[in-house]
Design a protein around this ligand. Sequence first.
Ligand SMILES: [Zn+2]
Length: 143
Amino acid sequence: MKIAIDEARTGITAGHGGPFGCVIVRDGKVVGRGHNEVIKQNDPTCHGEVTAIRDACKNLGTYDLSGCELYTTAEPCPMCRGAIMWSNIRKVYFGCNIADTDSIGFRDKVFYESPEDISEELDRKECLEVFEEYRAINDKKSY
Ligand SMILES: [Zn+2]
């Protein structure tokens, strides 16, 4: 966690974004690290956890971070929780909680309490055709 805190401090000092740092560890070794770079990259997805996941995947040459643990200075938002699940990380340690994050002006809390209904089904039939093409490609691979 100390390394995650150092990452967060590096990020705010450089003006990269919020005070969010993250480290990913496998077998006791740091395999990825990062901090919030939303402002630096002009990218709302550059949260500390996502930045660290990208770093770990690049360093390990894989999209599968099974067996890794993640340390983050703040409880992951829904986007990062999703990225953590997709990367197969199954243990997360966080420092500050959602209420702490809310108290310094970040809006994660609203995503948990009243997510906006912004999705609507459109052109399902055409999209399903691509799904079928994918299935056909992968069915051939299994032989
Ligand atoms: Zn996040």
